[in-house]
Structures are given as structure tokens and as C-alpha cells.
Design a protein around this ligand. Structure first.
Ligand code: NDP
Length: 419
């Protein structure tokens, strides 16, 4: 028995909500709240008669803490699942604290306006001190640790696939496969094809910001930053085949560097096709990825937000996308005094996801872990006052839930390593 409030009703939220409704013995009541209430109503309508979960909907502007507090006090949930955008992480955490409710999300905080001088001053100090320049980092949400501890509440950060499952894979490797992990390579491969020359698989603004930023990795206790897409490797992925992949900065590296004792190197690679990269470079060169507002015909527009309007809605890619994703972690390290390697990953088929929930695999591979993370919190297995990332909890029940709800793991004890 539980009451859950989900904020956001986009590509990822729609999968998470449908999966919650499959586990209606746990998710007995669920409110879908978002900026555009019509989308929430349409999803609730689609699920009518298919679940015992009692669904309600609400309109909320999650940038407004007062509106959130009113909604949370009114609905009285056991858990708030933030599946809106990373821009809303702090306002929703504030509201959860004010109302005494547990919190979770799928991506760490970044500001909508990266030109805001107040945010920029803190960001530039962090770049100098930490050595990586991504707009997103954990410091903003880790700063809430004491507040959540004092309130006796749990905040679970970044419970999608990457971040999220990749960190559970690390915790699992440390628990069952290694005494010491030396290196971690996180490999995110999307072998799907949607037939468009250019489209993003999740929110275009968040996606393009991430992949156009400098890459960085953790080595021997510090960050090494490189120009965007400067390190390229080829890898042969199980059930997908050969793909080019590029080293990116990614948020889970930051937490894993602190939580995996003695780890020497952590890298993150994502596959991209040449057409995607050519389009992205061109859009960046002409200023279309900028978040700085410009005046056009007497109206203020933000170039990247305008671009989002032109690009296909990620939620509409489901029916067109064919192929598979393969996301996982390759480890090197030591067990019982012997050096060993280990690869744990999931393969997910875009069309199978579409037939099950009407979405492509990127939304699916994020929405299912969000639902499984919520399940861990609601059944008390992942409840501990404070602010935590996924690898700080027991990975076993979470990976079992993923196996059961659509993202089963595969393992390889003799994988090809990335040089
Ligand atoms: P979408 O853009 O499809 O959906 C975002 C939803 O949030 C929309 O319903 C939107 O409403 C709503 N929203 C935005 N702003 C507000 C606001 N101020 N108040 C209330 N609702 C708001 O994004 P995705 O579903 O693709 O992504 C959701 C999250 O998942 C993002 O944080 C993304 O970074 C994260 N993600 C994480 C991954 C992982 O592996 N960890 C992978 C992929 C995504 P409206 O419909 O009105 O626009």
C-alpha cells in the first residue's frame, strides 16, 4: 500500500508510471502531476482498466516551491518521484523537506539559465577546485544531506540507467566479484535507428548540453578534462555489433570516485553515429545550442529551446526506432589475490519496448529503474535518512527487480577491454 506523487509526464515519466501500474500491489495510489495537465490526463485515460492503481492527475509548476508544497500537502504521498527536468531538482527537494516526504530523481541538478551570475560564480569556483566544467554536478544536492538526515527523510539521486543502474552494477561488482576494483569503463551504446537525420532520444535541451560539453574522466585521484569528442574508440557490442563511441563527462563518475574505494580510473563512453555528430557540430557553430536568450522580432527566445520545438519529440520516436541498446560496465581488479575482468550489461530492444509501453528503449531504460528505485524505497530496502546515490544501497534487490520488470542483466567474465 503506498501513495506516490510523480512529477513530470514526458517520455521517461510515462514509462515509469506504466511500470508502477504493473506493480499495483505496491503502487496502490499514484498522482501524475506536471506542467501540462492534458498529458497526465491522457496517460491516466490510457491506463484505465489496465491496473488496480488508483490514478489521479494534477497541474503543477515545479519551479514554484509553494505550488509544490500545496500539492504535496494535499495529496500526502509517501514518496515524490521527480521525473521532470534536472532544473526542478532543488525546488522539489525543498518542497519534500517542507512536507516531510521522501524524494527521488533521475538526473542531478543543473540550472536552466547558465548565465545567471549568482550560479555562475559558484560554478566557476567549482571548475577550478574540482577540474571539470560540466554544468551539472552533485554538489548542489549533496548540500542537502544534513537537512534530509535531520528530517529523517531519504533522497535517492539519479535512479535512471546511467546514472542509476550503472552505479548498482558497480556496487554489485564490488559486493560479489572483486575485493578491489581498479578500473571502470561505463559503455552506453544505442544501436537504434529512428530514420531521421537528427533527433535526440530524450529531452533535446538536456541531451545536447551534455554531449556538446568537454569530456572528462577520473584518473589517479583527479579529473582529466579533454575537448568534446576528443577520445574515440570502437567496440563490438553484444547483440548490436561494432560502434564508434566517444568519451563524455558523466555524473556517476563523480559519485563513484568517492564511493568505490581505491578505484584508479573511471571513464564513460557513449556511441554516436557520424550524422548525429555532424548535425550537432553545425548547430553549435551557428549558435543554436546556446542557452543565452536573444531578441527576435521583439520577442525573447532561447536558441536551444527554439531548436527543441523544431526537433522530433523524443516521445514520438518509439514507433520508428528499430535496433537495440546495450549499456553496462567493464571492470578490472583483483579477487582472492588474482587479477580479473568482468562485464555486466543490459540489452534492450526498441521495438519490444514500444509494443509494451509505447516508448523507445531510452525512455524505457530510464523509466524502469526509476520505478524499481521507487519500489526499493517503498518496501523499506533503500530507506536511510540523508541524500544518497544508487551505489550506496544494496544492489541485489534492485537488480532482481530490474530482471523482473524488463531490464535483465547479462554477464561476461572474459570481456574485451577498451584500450
Ligand atoms: P521530457 O522533456 O520528455 O519530459 C519532461 C517532463 O517534465 C514533461 O512532462 C514536462 O512538462 C515536465 N516539466 C518540465 N518543466 C516542468 C515544470 N516547471 N513543472 C512541472 N513539470 C515540468 O524529458 P524526459 O522524460 O526525456 O526526461 C526526464 C528526466 O529524465 C530528465 O531529468 C532527464 O535528464 C532524465 N533522464 C535520465 C536518464 C538516466 O539514465 N538517468 C536518461 C534519460 C533522461 P511539459 O509536458 O509541459 O513539457
Amino acid at each position: 500500500m503506498s501513495r506516490v506523487l510523480v512529477i513530470g509526464c514526458g517520455g521517461v515519466a510515462s514509462v515509469a508510471i506504466q511500470k508502477c501500474c504493473q506493480a499495483d500491489e505496491v503502487f496502490t495510489e499514484l498522482c501524475i502531476a506536471s506542467r501540462t495537465k492534458e498529458k497526465c490526463d491522457a496517460l491516466a485515460e490510457k491506463l484505465k482498466g489496465k491496473t488496480k492503481t488508483v490514478l489521479t492527475t494534477a497541474k503543477v509548476d515545479a519551479d514554484d516551491v509553494d505550488q509544490l508544497i500545496e500539492l504535496i500537502n494535499d495529496y500526502k504521498p509517501d514518496l515524490v518521484m521527480n521525473i521532470a527536468l534536472p532544473y526542478q531538482d532543488l525546488t522539489i527537494m525543498d518542497a519534500c523537506l517542507a512536507c516531510g516526504v521522501n524524494y527521488m530523481d533521475t538526473a542531478n541538478y543543473e540550472p536552466e539559465d547558465t548565465d545567471d551570475p549568482k550560479w555562475r560564480a559558484i560554478y566557476e569556483k567549482r571548475c577550478k577546485e574540482e577540474g571539470f566544467s560540466a554544468y551539472f554536478d552533485y554538489s548542489w544536492q549533496w548540500a542537502y544531506r544534513k537537512k534530509f538526515e535531520d528530517a529523517g527523510l531519504t533522497a535517492l539521486l539519479g535512479c535512471g540507467f546511467d546514472p542509476g543502474v550503472t552505479q548498482a552494477y558497480c556496487a554489485y561488482a564490488l559486493k560479489h566479484e572483486f575485493d578491489q576494483i581498479d578500473t571502470i569503463d561505463i559503455l552506453d551504446c544505442n544501436g537504434g535507428d529512428h530514420g531521421y537525420a537528427f533527433a535526440t532520444n530524450f529531452n533535446p535541451e538536456i541531451n545536447l548540453r551534455e554531449v556538446s560539453a568537454p569530456g572528462s574522466y577520473w584518473e589517479n585521484g583527479h579529473w582529466v578534462e579533454i575537448p568534446p569528442m576528443d577520445i574515440k574508440r570502437e567496440y563490438n557490442f553484444d547483440q548490436v555489433g561494432d560502434k564508434d563511441m566517444y568519451l563524455l563527462h558523466h555524473e556517476e563518475i563523480e559519485s563513484l570516485a568517492k564511493t568505490i574505494p581505491g578505484v584508479k580510473r573511471i571513464r564513460f563512453f557513449m556511441t554516436f553515429g557520424q550524422s548525429y555528430l555532424d548535425h550537432m557540430r553545425c548547430l553549435e557553430d551557428v549558435g543554436m545550442l546556446s542557452t543565452t536568450p536573444i531578441q527576435y522580432n521583439g520577442q525573447e527566445i532561447v536558441p536551444i529551446q527554439f531548436l527543441k520545438e523544431l526537433l522530433p519529440d523524443p516521445a514520438s520516436l518509439g514507433s520508428r526506432t528499430k535496433g537495440k541498446t546495450n549499456i553496462g560496465c567493464i571492470f578490472t581488479g583483483v579477487k582472492d589475490g588474482k587479477e580479473k575482468t568482468y562485464y555486466i550489461y543490459n540489452v534492450c530492444d526498441h521495438q519490444e519496448c514500444y509494443h509494451e509501453v509505447g516508448s523507445q528503449a531510452i525512455s524505457y531504460t530510464t523509466g524502469v529503474p526509476a520505478m524499481c528505485g521507487a519500489l526499493m524505497m517503498l518496501n523499506g530496502k533503500w530507506i536511510r535518512p540523508g541524500v544518497y546515490t544508487v551505489e550506496e544501497f544494496d544492489p541485489d534487490p534492485f537488480l532482481d527487480a530490474l530482471d523482473r520488470y524488463g531490464l535483465p542483466r547479462s554477464e561476461n567474465h572474459d570481456p574485451k577491454l577498451v584500450d
